[in-house]
Ligand binder design. Structure first.
Ligand SMILES: [Zn+2]
Length: 317
């Protein structure tokens, strides 16, 4: 949206088994890889983590999102979702988060991605979700708001876009595009979005209304620092890392030893519970690569929990 031009942008109308028990360095700000908040997770609130994180994570819709912070401004959608609109905030993270969630600002976005490690708040690459996909957030003009998911990225004073920010956003875009069948087409010029099948586009190139005028006020959000070609290459990379085709979503698996189930797919992440040998689970997410291990996200009905487990100690049930 570029927070310096809010007046124009409002949509006012309206674990291996035993060798890794120590769990250190956990931070609530750490980049989280929640199991996608569908099915059982969304309904039961058994999301993993601290109490605060449990509450917040239960509202996120993509596992790329780290935290739910509800925004005040949003509308019922008048159209389906076929676009993702990219923005920069023209302001530091904390202020941008306040603005994007405040009822008084007249603006909002579905997501806010932290760009810099040196500004207040979480580390670069942290993703907040502020508005549910089924609501129109107020990040552009009406027609774009009602057809898109809006992603804001912290940015100001020509400080550039960090690798962590690009990478988190690319993961987020892959999730959103998969969820809503949005084409991975990237648009870098003025586009009458209502006449195209959809894709990813910068704010400055979406129409204000009937395609006779486009958003070019002040800074040309998200440019000049945003590199859409670089971003496209990141989005189109195959996620999930090497190997890891042993299981598929929906497979029933069983633990082959007493196995730690972790909050996130890395050895230094919190142990949610230790699954006794022979515990059955369903593959719901993954594979992810971390610490030289391939991890799978499981739903474990016996405990009604979601956990990440090492592939080395899982077998087909
Ligand atoms: Zn913008």
């Amino acid at each position: 949206m570029c927070l310096d031009c809010t007046a124009h942008d409002t949509d006012r109308e309206q674990h291996s088994s035993t060798d890794d028990r120590e769990t250190t360095g956990h931070s609530n700000w750490k980049r989280r890889s929640f199991l996608q908040a569908t099915g059982v997770a969304a309904g039961t609130g058994t999301i993993l983590g601290t109490q605060v994180d449990r509450a917040s994570a239960s509202h996120t819709e993509c596992d790329a999102a780290d935290r739910w912070v509800e925004a005040a401004n949003h509308s019922a959608r008048d159209f389906g979702i076929d676009w993702i609109v990219i923005h920069v905030t023209a302001g530091a993270y904390q202020g941008a988060l306040n603005t994007l969630t405040s009822s008084n600002s007249g603006v909002s976005s579905h997501y806010l991605v932290k760009n810099y490690d040196w500004t207040d708040g979480p580390s670069a690459g942290h993703v907040d979700q502020l508005v549910h996909h089924n609501r129109a957030a107020w990040h552009a003009r009406y027609i774009a708001n009602h057809r898109s998911i809006g992603i804001e990225h912290e940015w100001f004073d020509d400080n550039g876009i960090s690798d962590a920010c690009y990478e988190s956003s690319a993961e987020l875009v892959r999730c959103i595009a998969d969820m809503h069948d949005i084409p991975l087409e990237f648009y870098t010029s003025n586009t009458c979005i209502q006449n195209e099948p959809g894709g990813i586009i910068g704010h400055t190139h979406v129409p204000d209304g009937d395609c006779s005028s486009f958003h070019h006020d002040g800074r040309t959000c998200p440019y000049p620092d945003w590199d859409m070609d670089h971003f496209e290459s990141l989005v189109k990379e195959e996620g999930g890392g090497g190997g890891g085709d042993q299981f598929q979503d929906g497979d029933q698996v069983v633990t082959t030893t007493d196995l730690n189930g972790r909050e996130q797919p890395c050895l230094n992440d919190d142990v949610v519970l230790t699954l006794p040998e022979g515990t059955q689970g369903e593959v719901m997410n993954g594979p992810e690569e971390c610490d030289g291990i391939t991890w799978w996200g499981l739903h474990v009905p016996a405990y009604n929990e979601w956990v990440w487990c090492s592939e080395n100690y899982l077998a087909h049930a």
